[in-house]
Design a protein around this ligand. Structure first.
Ligand code: PLP
Length: 393
């Protein structure tokens, strides 16, 4: 059977490919340490699990409104007001099956064939594919390493054409962990307002911020920017709830209404139990969020030092999320590899450490390491990489 053209052009997820290979090696009995994970290594906090059980026992096991339970929307509204001083009405919020699905639905309702979406590199792997699935065209702007992988207003201006519909800003970023300051966002936002370009602000790593860095949403910088922005967020990373699949989009009510219509014909609603769990996540105690954040920060400090001591590794220090994104081109050259993809493959097969090659994120000289794993495993993995590099030089 011939498949639809739209899926034939999809690039398989590089993250999943290396994870599958690592799993295969593990099954063969190899002691592989996986640093590919895109999810916190903690279980969902107990009070959230309890709330989910309770909701089921109380009989909340039926369909909900397509855009999500009113109580959950209220909890999300309250969170926006407390964290960013942003006021969103219930008709300006849609709850989705994870943040990924919020983005997918957004591009489906936003893009006509040939519409362009500006995506800074390095990018989260699903952005380009989701844009293409909606008939759109990804237009890349190179976030230069010497500028901490951030795009500049000049770059943004240059990339805009009469087909540009939106720009994606992901701060804190996956894969770099870099955070845009309020001043930087304001400058980019000014251009989006002048050119009437929608800002898609993916803030899924909002709660994982370290040192003096602060998360700022572009939408909180002015009423005009709020109107020009769709915020994407969710509980996956903040509350260690990746498997529950609860995310959301907030912004212009017309866009949210169109997204709700589409969801009503595709998913009906996000899983009811998971929505009750998310209500507890936002309305319950926030200490577990801070405890996890502190654990990530502690790991980052230790691992960053060890990683940058490896010959041929340089790394922009992350300020958020749970990834390190070193440039390892020199290390690949020093150890006799043609490119970083081959270097990453050898790390898996010869050093038993799974990392994600940067080619999947649009920057082929880097690798992504996740520190969402125990400190003990992390230290072991970095030592293995260090030894591997030195042994080949
Ligand atoms: N946006 C970014 C930048 C991500 O890294 C991820 C998950 O890896 C998502 C969105 C999707 O999150 P969710 O699990 O809520 O779909």
């Amino acid at each position: 059977m011939e498949l639809a053209k739209r899926v034939l052009s999809l690039t398989p997820s590089s993250t999943l490919a290396i994870t599958a290979k690592a799993k295969e090696l593990k099954e063969q009995g190899k002691d592989v340490i996986g640093l590919g994970a895109g999810e916190p290594d903690f279980n969902t906090p107990q009070h959230i699990l309890d709330a989910a059980f309770q909701s089921m026992n109380e009989g909340h096991t039926k369909y909900t409104p397509s855009a999500g339970l009113p109580t959950l929307k209220q909890a999300i509204s309250k969170k926006f007001e407390m964290d960013q001083g942003l006021i969103y009405e219930p008709n300006e919020i849609i709850v989705t099956n994870g943040a990924k699905h919020a983005l997918y639905t957004l591009f489906q309702v936003l893009l006509n064939d040939g519409d362009e979406v500006i995506i800074p590199t390095p990018y989260w792997v699903s952005y380009p594919e989701q844009v293409k699935l909606a008939g759109g065209v990804p237009v890349y702007i190179e976030g230069l390493e010497e500028n901490q992988f951030k795009i500049t207003p000049e770059q943004l201006k240059k990339a805009i054409t009469n087909k540009t519909k939106a720009v994606i800003i992901n701060s804190p970023s996956n894969p770099t962990g870099v955070i845009y300051t309020a001043e930087e966002l304001l400058e980019l936002g000014k251009i989006c307002l002048e050119e009437n370009i929608l800002i898609v602000s993916d803030e899924i790593y909002e709660k994982l911020v370290y040192g003096n860095a602060k998360h700022v949403s572009i939408a909180q910088l002015s009423p005009e920017l709020k109107e020009q922005t769709i915020i994407i967020n969710g509980v996956s990373k903040s509350h260690s709830m990746t498997g529950w699949r609860i995310g959301y989009a907030a912004g212009n009510s017309q866009i949210i209404k169109a997204m709700t219509n589409l969801a009503s014909h595709s998913t009906s609603n996000p899983t009811t139990t998971a929505q009750y769990a998310a209500i507890a996540a936002y309305n319950g105690p926030q200490e577990p969020v801070e405890t996890m954040r502190q654990a990530f920060e502690e790991r980052l400090e230790i691992v960053y030092k060890k990683l940058t001591a490896i010959p041929g590794f340089t790394c922009v220090k992350p300020q958020g999320a749970f990834y390190l994104y070193p440039n390892v081109k020199q290390a690949a050259i020093n150890t006799g590899f043609e490119n970083v993809d081959d270097f990453a493959k050898a790390l898996l097969v010869e050093a038993n450490v799974a990392v994600i090659p940067g080619s999947g994120f649009g920057t082929p000289d880097n690798i992504r390491l996740s520190y969402a794993t125990s400190l003990e495993q992390l230290e072991k993995a970095i030592s293995r990489i260090h030894q591997f590099v030195e042994s080949k030089m």
